[in-house]
Design a protein around this ligand. Sequence first.
Ligand code: BDR
Ligand code: CA
Length: 318
Amino acid sequence: PRKLILDVDTGTDDAVAIMLAALHPELELVGVTTVNGNVPVEHCTDNSLRTLDHIGRGDIPVYEGLQRPIVRRDFPVPRAIKKDVKVHMDELPIPPARSRKQRMSAPEYLVSAFAEARGELTLVAVGPLSNLAAAIAIDPNFVRNVPELVIMGGAVDKSNITPAAEFNIWADPEAARVVMEAGFERIVLVPLDATHRALVSLEQTRAMRDLGTPAGTAAASIIDYRINGYQTNQPTGIPETAPVHDALCIAYLVQPDVITTRHVNCVIETLGEYTVGRTVVDHEFRTKRAPNCHVAFDADRQAFVTLMTETFGRPHTS
Ligand code: BDR
Ligand code: CA
């Protein structure tokens, strides 16, 4: 199986990504790291532990990471505008965690795990990039030890937190800039443009619930919760659907053609008065800046849902 570490800010879609990574037979989720994002980091940690326990994968270690962005004291606009209600596991049928987090911090774990893995480990980051920037600061060899980095973040034609930005990049723009400029061998960036091509519908979550497995039931409740939120706050254009951003990055690992990418240059805006956190993607080649990431512009909605449904329907054995 393909080994990965997943950096999360769990988070409803993060929880679905965790389940997909932990249960897919061709993947080996060796560790989960958490970061301040959707909710304060201690809640991200607790939500991640709960998710893993719920599917019988409490054996997968969880490491807690940064509680704030690397440079700023807080998000560009303080947290109040990002409502915690978005990720209340208490409203979902997922019991409290039995497992505990590890002692080591997330950036230290990332540094040591990638140093030991010798190129056999993939990093998937689906929250703000603070832990990655910290790992880069700790170890000059970290970047070289990561053969592929998959990031859920950014937007080209869309946005979800300001008119210019997507949440994960906006939440720690300096960290995103450090990561983008660090020289990783291969970055795959999965922005909102792609995740909104992979919408999941109420009809499809009914099929997940009917699987009768812990993951099927949890995924259905979580995605229904998301669909409800999108209906009210930011309609997707297709009734009764929602994106499940973070899980699309995991689907890509086992089925690369679930997304369609283009190799282009992307830089991060950290200074703009109205545009902090914008991913400036040069997809029309207006500059001579060299391509530095594979940006997903499209996704195969049906393939994504089928992959999740099949995975969540498998008996959960650890
Ligand atoms: C991203 O931000 C978080 O709210 C989600 O978990 C996802 O990773 C979407 O913009
Ligand atoms: Ca996330």
